[in-house]
Design a binder for this molecule. Sequence first.
Ligand SMILES: *[C@@H]1O[C@H](CO)[C@@H](O)[C@H](O)[C@H]1NC(C)=O
Ligand SMILES: *[C@@H]1O[C@H](CO)[C@@H](O)[C@H](O)[C@H]1NC(C)=O
Ligand SMILES: *[C@@H]1O[C@H](CO)[C@@H](O)[C@H](O)[C@H]1NC(C)=O
Ligand SMILES: *[C@@H]1O[C@H](CO)[C@@H](O)[C@H](O)[C@H]1NC(C)=O
Ligand SMILES: *[C@@H]1O[C@H](CO)[C@@H](O)[C@H](O)[C@H]1NC(C)=O
Ligand SMILES: *[C@@H]1O[C@H](CO)[C@@H](O)[C@H](O)[C@H]1NC(C)=O
Ligand SMILES: *[C@@H]1O[C@H](CO)[C@@H](O)[C@H](O)[C@H]1NC(C)=O
Ligand SMILES: *[C@@H]1O[C@H](CO)[C@@H](O)[C@H](O)[C@H]1NC(C)=O
Length: 473
Amino acid sequence: MEFSRKSQVFKTLISAIFLLELLRPNVAFRAVGLATSTITFPALNCRKHSAVLTDFGGIGDGKTSNTNAFEAAIMNLSQVAPDGGAQLIVPPGKWLTGSFNLTSHFTLFVHKDAVILGSQDESEWPPVALLPSYGRGRDAPSGRLSSLIFGTNLTDVVITGNNGTIDGQGSYWWKLFRDNKMTVTRPYMIEIMYSKHVQISNLTLVNSPSWNVHPIYSSDIIIQHLTVFAPVDSPNTDGIDPDSCTNTRIEDSFVVSGDDCIAVKSGWDEYGIKFNMPTKQLVIRRFACISPSSATIALGSEMSGRIEDVRVEDITAINTESGVRIKTGVGRGAYVKDVYVRNTTLNTMKYVFWMTGDYGSHPDAEFDQNAFPVIKGINYRDIVADNVTQSAQLDGIGKHPFTDICISNVNIKLAAKPKGVQWNCSDVQGVTNRVSPEPCNLLPRKEIDCPFPKDRLPIEDVQLKTCSISGNF
Ligand SMILES: *[C@@H]1O[C@H](CO)[C@@H](O)[C@H](O)[C@H]1NC(C)=O
Ligand SMILES: *[C@@H]1O[C@H](CO)[C@@H](O)[C@H](O)[C@H]1NC(C)=O
Ligand SMILES: *[C@@H]1O[C@H](CO)[C@@H](O)[C@H](O)[C@H]1NC(C)=O
Ligand SMILES: *[C@@H]1O[C@H](CO)[C@@H](O)[C@H](O)[C@H]1NC(C)=O
Ligand SMILES: *[C@@H]1O[C@H](CO)[C@@H](O)[C@H](O)[C@H]1NC(C)=O
Ligand SMILES: *[C@@H]1O[C@H](CO)[C@@H](O)[C@H](O)[C@H]1NC(C)=O
Ligand SMILES: *[C@@H]1O[C@H](CO)[C@@H](O)[C@H](O)[C@H]1NC(C)=O
Ligand SMILES: *[C@@H]1O[C@H](CO)[C@@H](O)[C@H](O)[C@H]1NC(C)=O
């Protein structure tokens, strides 16, 4: 029934197209069946020029490498950057590729039936310089591999789609990492460095070799409508890691991963202190997370370039290790200050509140033993949590307490077998109001609603334009 109705509709459609073609003057008759369709999507800027990966020899069979096709396409399209820019469409198919570089005034559009597949051939992943604010690689002291989609020193770059997929095929890298065989640092899925006006949106990212989305030393960034999936036991598959970035908006996204769903960073110990580039003016909203052994949102542990003015709201976390977590240690220096979190709904976790002042994890032995990080002005309000093992584990640094902590309107329901001590606090100072279970003595009660900024960050007022692509898909 269903089939015959469909074929009936199909026949009618064919006849209609046939008729239209006959009626069209001065146009040669073309093969029927592949109608041109148009997809509209929001972007920072629309492009004057458009190309499809197949124009550059791309083969979407899931087996042939398209690294050269991507490079050739983007090289070619970079020529029109001064003339209205270009968009490269990744059409339906499976597009195996190694790492490739983006260009400015450029849009990479991944069609919903397209999958970009990360190559498992290591020669497809060229080395890139170590990050100056880290001093060494995260997986190994020297050397790191270029991210699958990489961009540096760009302006106005969009990576989007109508929910197209980028599959890092990370299992190859996870095995090397677990077997302790990495001699260089694993590639990330998407890394954008020293860039401004960046958009990453409407994509599904699966199985990244390591971190998924890593904007670093960049500003004016919009990340929205991302779905990120990695096995919950996969190593270091952080979702989104804004790192030494200014004016960033992360919204309407969902991460399931083996590490922190979002990790806010700014460089590591003496290298980060020297590089001194903060993450500031960050808004995270309407975000959901599943990550049983990691944080919903982590601040740190690498925070040596400073983190300030972070605004988090409307968060849902199910089965995570903690809500928002602050991680730092002696040697990091710098500060984390002016953090505002409101309206979070949490279910099943070890700790709702977690601050760690002795995280350890140093790049080398050269870190400054007197570089004490300052943690102050941390505000949480309007939180409901259910099935919680321990309400709070808050550990500042001896003689360098974390100060100006404010927690209000919090209702935590405990798990069947909760910890006996619900609030375990040391070296912290601040206040609480209307918090259950009863907080520790270091956070006495005060009649207050913890603040949340009323002004807007510049990135919140950036409007996206309506752009389109057309093609036979
Ligand atoms: C690359 O760009 C040039 C214009 O500089 C154009 O003539 C050429 O057709 C393009 N190549 C491909 C494969 O589209
Ligand atoms: C990609 O960019 C990196 C960093 O600038 C550079 O080292 C590399 O040569 C570029 N790759 C290509 C194929 O242009
Ligand atoms: C990119 O920008 C940084 C910072 O301005 C600069 O140090 C670096 O040399 C630039 N790299 C390239 C490839 O232009
Ligand atoms: C992007 O995702 C949002 C939320 O799912 C959806 O409403 C919107 O239509 C998507 N845009 C495109 C171009 O698919
Ligand atoms: C995008 O695709 C993922 C994976 O198939 C799916 O879970 C998600 O709901 C999709 N999002 C939209 C807006 O269609
Ligand atoms: C709180 O966040 C949830 C989504 O996480 C949203 O549905 C709800 O409207 C928000 N409440 C307020 C008061 O903003
Ligand atoms: C509560 O949390 C425990 C783990 O601590 C988990 O096994 C259990 O499924 C959760 N129960 C509900 C109702 O979510
Ligand atoms: C409280 O936290 C400290 C670490 O600061 C830990 O050593 C201790 O075991 C905890 N106490 C309880 C009762 O959980």
